[in-house]
Ligand binder design. Sequence first.
Ligand code: FES
Length: 154
Amino acid sequence: MSAEEGTDSASPPSYFVGKKEDIIRAKKITKFINGRDVLVLYYNGVFHAMDMRCYHSGGPLQNGDIEEFNDKLCVVCPWHKYKITLLEGECLYQAVDPTAAVPNPTWISKGNKQRIHTVKEVNGDVFVILNDSPCFIESDYYQTEKFRATLVKP
Ligand code: FES
């Protein structure tokens, strides 16, 4: 996939991923963008993009449900039900103090685990700008050729 034509060299490239109305209709699409598998989804009037494979074990997040936990929208990985926030890529879990007389589960963040990308819409066209932060984010592992080599080919 090539970068959007007209992107000036000072700004990061943006990649056309589809027409707005098509993505809204589909709710979720996946695209291979500059070496990454990216999930683009539309929920409650907002576009989001993140690495497609779950940071935990490479689960297909395009098959996950969108649910709200602790006032944050999350994609729930279909494999082991990890909850990953759409805005930050944080993994949320409920912790319980085993010494408490009455269990009182509390939502805790494991930190940013999933690489989140930027989505912009221009005149009905939707573009993704990849998050090129040099910091390792755990979902990066599932974007490697080493991981892809483990996938069963049809
Ligand atoms: Fe996503 Fe395990 S692979 S929760």
